[in-house]
Ligand binder design. Structure first.
Ligand code: HEM
Length: 180
């Protein structure tokens, strides 16, 4: 009996250690509010934890380091449908278009995806590597200025729906300082 209890305790400890931290409340040190949208983030070693919220029942999205407009940006978009968060890892293929990394020879590099939709607000949380090594992601440098695009859709749960709101910011991911 004692052996069985010990076995159970070891099993529970191992399960807790190996379970990915889905839903774990991350402390985000930085936050930017723009119109009806917020970008929260936390740099943790080699990864970036992100929380995006916006007044929409459609998608929320972030883009990093375009060469111009939306071109060459690393995009992550997410929406919540029937209580389930869906995210896509895209790349800006022109000033006004983006496509999934996986269709361009890259990969989806997003983990810890969680989302909720409440009272007309959508919240998506996820983690990305600062440098995934993927040809269709750009390495993020936390010490220098990062161009951050923030946008949200008008209400349709579709990554094809255009933005209702979008903006471009220059952000120091380490200090949280930003400008438009
Ligand atoms: C979901 C599908 C999307 C479509 C169909 C789309 C389409 C377009 C189009 C047609 C423009 C040019 C016209 C305009 O300024 O409104 C544009 C500009 C822009 N988009 Fe998107 N977009 C999408 C997603 C996103 C996402 C996810 C972001 C950022 C997270 C974003 C950020 C921007 C920005 C910042 C501009 C302005 C660029 C500039 O004027 O320099 N877009 N988009």
């Amino acid at each position: 009996m004692r052996h069985r209890n010990l076995g159970l305790a070891i099993f529970i400890c191992l399960a807790m250690l190996t379970t990915p931290c889905f839903g774990t409340e991350i402390k985000y040190s930085h936050k930017i509010d723009v119109e009806k949208m917020s970008f929260h983030w936390e740099v943790a070693g080699t990864v970036l934890h992100v929380k995006l919220t916006a007044k929409t029942t459609g998608w929320v999205g972030i883009g990093f380091n375009p060469s111009e407009a939306m071109q060459d940006a690393n995009f992550i978009l997410g929406y919540v449908k029937n209580g389930e968060a869906k995210v896509t890892d895209d790349y800006g293929t022109s000033y006004t278009k983006h496509q999934q990394d996986s269709k361009l020879g890259g990969q989806k590099n997003i983990s810890n995806v969680v989302g909720k939709e409440e009272n007309g607000m959508t919240e998506i949380r996820f983690t990305i590597p600062l440098n995934s090594g993927d040809a269709k992601d750009k390495a993020l440098s936390i010490d220098t200025e990062t161009v951050v695009l923030l946008a949200y859709g008008a209400g349709r749960d579709s990554f094809k729906a255009r933005h209702k709101f979008r903006t471009t910011l220059k952000v120091n991911l380490k200090t949280g300082a930003f400008s438009k």
